[in-house]
Design a protein around this ligand. Structure first.
Ligand SMILES: Nc1nc2c(ncn2[C@@H]2O[C@H](COP(=O)(O)OP(=O)(O)OP(=O)(O)O)[C@@H](O)[C@H]2O)c(=O)[nH]1
Length: 431
């Protein structure tokens, strides 16, 4: 069972720390997440999904164990890892190179924070007119060089063993790639993606480059956060990048604007709804307990509205996390004790648990994640409308509210929620 982790990477001064501050919820209650091993450089982000409580008209009763639910918008916790030390030459050990690349092993997806304003060079030093496309290419280049280098230097030995033990290509590659946290099926997918058919002992250097390329795509899906959209030169760089790259993998953001708005919200100068352009002041809400703004603050807020909120609809930081979850194809699933009340064991509150599953997770696998006792005494499972679903059925957004039937009374919390040993309610074992 492994937690799902999204790593935040980028050159110095791209805005990683600001982004992490903006996206992680400092106001969340300590421990309001299911993860057991939080490292100092990990933050918890809460990304919004549609909570089923809305559909079933039970928003008032919704009681998430982790995260929160506001009128049917549920904020699900996920770990975001700050991976520092990416500088040009990381794959050759520059900066914190090896440490950086090592940390990447723990990540399921990457958020590449790119300074799109062109005001910092490749090393993060102040400049003007720098082309941020260089940064996008460079991150991939560093990771590619690292993996390719490790493979290439032992290639003849790898092939000799491959031939001697008559292993399949996927098996041999899996031996090499498992250190990067890859399963056999992920390696197989990489092979399929690469289209390489030739036997391994005939591979040229170009073929190795190709398989590393395909492996990178499978293993490190990456969302590009074009940050600092509030600065003047960003516009022209954004259009250039949008034309060149897959727009589904790009999100525009202003970490600075988000941090600013959150701070003012906390200090009760404004009411700000994260992920929207909705900012309200004392003038808008005279009866509220908001503090009045002085002219300077008022001007700064208007600037953020003009440069960011009204132009782009939001500061974009929440969308970045959401996109990273999307690119992994994670499916939220809700184990419930009853398909009529959606309550849990104690009968209080509804839809207490939300588990993020890897695509392809079956009903029986989900049962095991919720509690091994359920899988052990599994009799069947039903979804909305008491519709029976098979143990090998894949969980999708259409059947993700599930009530398990077991042959005996299991652990007190078993049939409705992850038990304490398995409270890791945003992850599953697959991938
Ligand atoms: N205008 C603007 N400035 C930003 C934005 N995000 C970050 N910055 C500024 O960019 C500078 C660098 O930001 P950091 O968050 O420290 O960058 P970093 O990537 O963590 O840098 P390192 O710690 O050196 O790796 C700071 O002065 C931030 O205030 C943004 O969206 N807009």
């Amino acid at each position: 069972m492994k937690d799902i982790v999204i790593a935040c990477v980028g050159k110095p001064s791209a805005g990683k720390s600001s982004f992490l501050n903006a996206v992680t919820d400092a106001t969340a209650k300590v421990g309001n997440y299911p993860f057991t091993t939080i490292k100092p450089n990990n933050g918890i982000a809460y990304f919004p999904i549609d909570c089923p409580c809305k559909r079933f008209d039970k928003t008032k009763l919704c009681a998430p164990r982790y995260g929160r639910c506001i009128d049917g918008k549920r904020f699900v916790p996920i770990q975001v890892l700050d991976v520092a030390g990416l500088v040009p030459g990381a794959s050759e050990g520059q900066g914190l190179g090896n440490q950086f690349l090592d940390d990447l092993r723990h990540a399921n997806a990457l958020i590449h924070v790119v300074d799109v304003s062109g005001t910092t060079d490749a090393n993060g030093k102040e400049t003007v007119g720098y082309d941020p496309i260089g940064d996008i290419e460079w991150l991939r280049g560093e990771i590619h060089s690292w993996i390719f280098g490790n493979l290439n230097k032992r290639w003849s030995q790898i092939v000799r063993r491959h031939v001697a033990v008559k292993a399949s290509t996927a098996e041999t590659l899996h031996n090499q790639f498992s250190g990067y946290g890859a399963t056999l099926s992920l390696v197989q997918k990489s092979l399929d993606r690469s289209g390489i058919k030739e036997p391994m002992d005939t591979w040229e250097k170009e073929t190795i480059i190709k398989i590393v390329d395909a492996f990178l795509d499978e293993r490190f899906p990456t969302i590009i956060a074009l940050n600092k959209i509030d600065l003047p030169d960003s516009d022209k760089n954004i259009s250039k990048i949008m034309r060149k790259y897959d727009q589904n993998k790009i999100v525009l953001s202003s970490a600075l604007a988000e941090t600013f708005l959150r701070k003012l919200h906390k200090q009760k100068f404004i009411q700000y709804e994260e992920g929207t352009d909705n900012v309200q002041t004392k003038d808008d809400l005279p009866d509220s307990d908001l503090k009045p703004l002085d002219e300077k603050l008022q001007n700064r807020i208007e600037k953020v509205q003009d440069l960011v909120l009204y132009r782009y609809g939001s500061t974009g930081v929440q969308d970045v996390v959401l996109k990273a979850v999307e690119v992994l194809g994670l499916v939220p699933a809700f184990p419930v004790k009853s398909l009529t009340t959606f309550a849990n064991t104690n009968g209080k509150g509804v839809f207490r648990d939300c588990v993020l599953l890897w695509p392809g997770t079956t009903v029986l696998e989900f049962a095991d994640i919720v509690h091994p006792e359920i899988a052990k005494h599994y009799l069947g499972a039903e979804t909305i409308g008491n519709r029976k679903i098979g143990e090998d059925d894949i969980i999708t957004k259409e059947n993700n509210i599930i009530c398990f039937k077991t042959s005996q009374a299991t652990h007190s919390s078993a049939a409705g929620a992850p038990a304490s040993a398995n409270t890791n309610s945003t992850s599953s074992a697959k991938k």
